[in-house]
Design a protein. Sequence first.
Length: 199
Amino acid sequence: MTTSWRTVAAVSLFLAIALSRAHAVELKVSRDALERTLKQQLFGGRDGRYYLKGNSQSACFVYAESPRLLFVDDRIVVQLKTHARLGQRMGGACIGIALSLPAEVSLAPDGEGETVGFRDARVDKVSDHTELNFVLTPFLSREVPSGMRVNAAGLLRKALEGSTLSSGYKVSLERLKIHSVQIEGDDLVVDVDGDIGVQ
């Protein structure tokens, strides 16, 4: 019994010293995790589609699906498949043209407070059809970046929720501040500092 208390005391002392001296920690978010976040936040419907115009029951519609993320240099590239039936609705059918085109937007990662966000959205690839671009451009430049926001503190707090059951200690994140976000290989590396409590 004495040995276990000495061990607990030693670990607690080590953690207290390490945390008091730690100025920054790197949090790595994989490309796959970021892609899952986008799919959950924007493409989480039953059919995995995001309707920009109309819905699954509409004769005429525009929707995006199958988002895919790539890291290219210092930017995140989001590739999507877009499908549209453009024209006039007549008797339950859409009289016009059907299109299925790729679209692409690139973003620069950014961090503020506890949240990893994105700025400088550039629409890199859209269609040659003016009406489709009118619908796609706001989606690509506004909805996609906002749909990818990641609360880093929320992720860490969720990961620490089960700490009491697994270790016997209650570990909690009390404060987190993001200093920088950059792409390294297949990860988004978030430089943060914060306060962690152990009870």
